[in-house]
Design a protein around this ligand. Structure first.
Ligand code: SF4
Length: 73
């Protein structure tokens, strides 16, 4: 498998910890224009200004077939 292609396939769009910021509860969704994705891997959600960090993130996990897996609180 092409290693570069494999790396490019990891991203916020297919990481189970990422959620579009637009889907966040108010007032969080207001940050969506500047930070389109939010990482929920840690206890405190982290807004992502860019998803480049996701391409090499050691904590990336494949989103399951059901789609979004946001931690339940
Ligand atoms: S920073 Fe890592 S854990 Fe968070 S959404 Fe990106 S790939 Fe997933």
């Amino acid at each position: 498998m092409d290693e570069k292609k494999s790396s490019a396939e990891k991203g916020a769009h297919n990481c189970k910890w990422a959620e579009p910021t637009l889907f966040e509860a108010a007032p969080g969704w207001l940050d969506a224009e500047a930070t389109p994705w939010t990482c929920h891997r840690d206890a405190v959600p982290k807004r992502l200004e860019t998803t480049e960090i996701c391409e090499d993130c050691p904590r990336w996990e494949q989103r399951d077939g059901a789609g979004q897996v946001k931690p339940k609180v």
